[in-house]
Design a protein around this ligand. Structure first.
Ligand code: FES
Length: 157
C-alpha cells in the first residue's frame, strides 16, 4: 500500500468513526416528560343561589373564596353593594359592609389589613363602617354575616 493510499484510508476511517459521536453530541438528551405546570389552588368558580332564604340570609360566596381572596363581595347583591371579610381581630367572625361609598358612590375595597378604602377620593373606613379618613362624612352601612357549610351568608335586612 502506498503512503497516499494509506493516509486516505486513515482519513476515511477517522471520519467514519467520528460521525456517530458528532451526531450524539449535537442531539439533545432525552428529557423526562415535563410535568404540567402547577398553579396555586384557587377558589373554584361556583354557581351560587343568591336568593334570600326565609330567614333573610342569602349566600354571597364560598368560604374558599373568602379565604383565598381575603374578601367576598358583590356589586349587586340583591340590590346592594356588599363586601364581606373575616374580622382582623377574630377570624372566626365575619364583617359585612355596604361597599357603596357615602361620599359619591364609588365602591370601597378591603385593603387586606384594617380598612375599607375608597379609590376615588381617598376616604377610608374602619371595620365597623365608621369613617377613618374623609372626605366621606357618613359611615358605611353594615350587615350581619355568617358561615354555614361552605358558604358565606349575608342578611340584608
Ligand atoms: S366616592 Fe369615595 S371618597 Fe369620594
Amino acid at each position: 500500500m502506498k503512503r497516499r493510499e494509506f493516509l486516505s484510508w486513515v482519513g476515511l476511517g477517522t471520519l467514519a468513526t467520528s460521525i456517530p459521536v458528532a451526531i450524539a453530541a449535537c442531539s439533545s438528551p432525552i428529557e423526562p416528560e415535563a410535568e404540567a405546570p402547577t398553579t396555586p389552588p384557587e377558589a373554584e368558580e361556583v354557581e351560587i343561589d343568591t336568593t334570600p332564604r326565609a330567614d333573610g340570609f342569602a349566600a354571597i360566596g364560598t368560604v374558599a373564596a373568602l379565604d383565598a381572596d381575603g374578601y367576598v363581595g358583590d356589586k349587586n347583591f340583591n340590590g346592594e353593594q356588599v363586601a364581606v371579610i373575616r374580622d382582623p381581630g377574630n377570624a372566626e367572625n365575619l364583617i359585612a359592609v355596604n361597599a357603596f361609598c357615602p361620599h359619591q358612590g364609588c365602591t370601597v375595597k378591603w385593603d387586606g389589613a384594617s380598612k375599607f378604602a375608597c379609590p376615588c377620593h381617598g376616604s377610608s373606613f374602619n371595620t365597623d363602617g365608621s369613617v377613618a379618613t374623609g372626605p366621606a362624612t357618613k359611615e358605611l352601612g353594615t350587615f350581619t354575616a355568617m358561615i354555614e357549610g361552605d358558604l358565606v351568608y349575608v342578611k340584608l335586612s
